[in-house]
Design a protein around this ligand. Structure first.
Ligand SMILES: Nc1ccn([C@@H]2O[C@H](COP(=O)(O)OP(=O)(O)OP(=O)(O)O)[C@@H](O)[C@H]2O)c(=O)n1
Length: 384
């Protein structure tokens, strides 16, 4: 790096997550840099590509790593828009580090690897403490969620949130500041948290400081149900794609809510449609499990479930949901798989060939599928 011609004569420091994670022995995702003592014009002249909307950030012409000009930030209102950014060649590295959220995120390092650590980040890293840098922590309520998310990532390493920081988090809730967060920021942070190794920790931290009751009141309303939901986060169907993990975890988190509460929550957070749909499917599957446990298995319940998850049009949905069922009731999962396989073989095309049309076609299709399912259930002894 020191001999990189694009950086010749520039004062640059590695900052943030890269410095932290390297020292933790955690995989370093991408490296962010701070540049001190220069101007946007000079960065462009060196071939850096400006990308920042709200503050001056540039992409390196070759490595494409992010280089931000040192800046200070001051709160000037509620929420995200309420920030005054000041970037100029006079802003020092120390000033830039002082605006950051947690001490472990406020360390910098020269290209040669010399640590600059004015806030005791390394000591906190070693003591496993998430601690705020300064009282300015309260200037951005998103930091409550970020701190919860970092704990969801590092809890297994023994990290805790320092008590004074917990106090500031509660303060951000009590002053109502947390309620100014826009849905998009809340969901972005929550979705990231759902991909962390200990996602349940995120929700426990938010619940503990009162933020969950403000941001996701449907989840906070019933502590016992929340507790169970958090335990479910690690119980997912087999073989789901990595990109689907957050969606599945979310679905498991909210599957116990009634339709109205689940919709209200999804609406408040402006969830993407795929998340809403999967949550509904998980809820329908939960209903099926409960009905079968109470009343036993019959064709009507299986049909209601298949209709409820829109299985006939979206057959790809069925296998993962059956996998979900098998976590709780493997015998039922086997019956469902067989019933579904047979019912799926009954095709509209064949009925058309027999002369069925329109409404009669639909009714006959349902009747035969039902029959196929009943046939399977009668033949298996898996009925509770
Ligand atoms: N509300 C915020 C957002 C970001 N930061 C600072 O900006 C840095 C970069 O933010 P981001 O890329 O979101 O976090 P990382 O620490 O790099 O973590 P991740 O591993 O999740 O990317 C953080 O380290 C932190 O110092 C902050 O102080 N307050």
């Amino acid at each position: 790096m020191p001999e990189d011609p694009h950086l010749q004569g520039l004062e640059v420091y590695r900052v943030g997550g890269a410095v932290r994670d390297a020292r933790l022995g955690w995989p370093v995702k991408d490296t962010d840099w701070v540049v001190v003592g220069t101007t946007p014009e000079e960065m462009r002249r060196r071939g850096f590509k400006p990308v920042g909307r709200d503050f001056p950030v540039f992409l390196h012409p070759e490595s494409h790593e992010e280089f931000a000009l040192a800046r200070t930030e001051r709160k000037s209102g509620h929420g995200y828009t309420g920030f005054e950014v000041h970037a100029s060649p006079e802003v020092s590295l120390e000033e830039d580090l002082a605006r950051r959220d947690l001490t472990i995120n406020a360390m910098a390092e020269t290209p040669e690897g010399v640590l600059v650590d004015p806030h005791g980040g390394l000591a906190d890293l070693e003591a496993r403490q998430l601690r705020h840098v300064s009282p300015a922590f309260v200037e951005d309520p998103l930091r409550v969620l970020r701190t919860a998310r970092f704990l969801a990532r590092y809890a297994g390493l023994g990290f805790v949130i320092a008590e004074p920081t917990r106090r500031l988090m509660r303060e951000l809730v009590e002053t109502g500041e947390i309620s100014h967060l826009v849905a998009e920021r809340v969901w972005t942070e929550t979705e990231k948290a759902l991909t962390e190794p200990w996602p349940e920790v995120y929700f426990r931290v938010l619940d503990g400081c009162g933020a969950l009751a403000v941001l996701m009141p449907e989840l906070a309303a019933d502590p016992a149900a929340l507790d169970e939901a958090l335990q479910r986060l690690h119980r997912l169907p087999e073989d789901i794609a990595a990109e689907a993990q957050a969606r599945w975890r979310w679905a498991r988190l909210v599957e116990h809510l009634d339709d109205e509460d689940r919709d209200a929550l999804a609406g408040r957070l402006r969830l993407p449609r795929a998340h809403r749909e999967l949550a509904t499917q998980a809820a329908r599957t939960r209903t099926l499990l409960a009905r079968v446990a109470r009343h036993g298995l019959d064709g009507a319940r299986v049909m209601a479930w298949l209709d409820g998850i829109d299985a006939w049009r979206r057959s790809d949905r069925v296998a993962p949901l059956i996998s979900l069922v098998s976590l709780e009731n493997p015998a039922l999962a086997e019956d469902l798989a067989l019933a579904w396989r047979l019912a799926q073989q009954i095709l509209p095309k064949a009925l058309v060939a027999e002369g069925y049309r329109g409404r009669e076609l639909g009714e006959e299709l349902t009747r035969r599928r039902w029959e196929a399912i009943e046939g399977v259930l009668a033949a298996t002894d898996g009925r509770p």
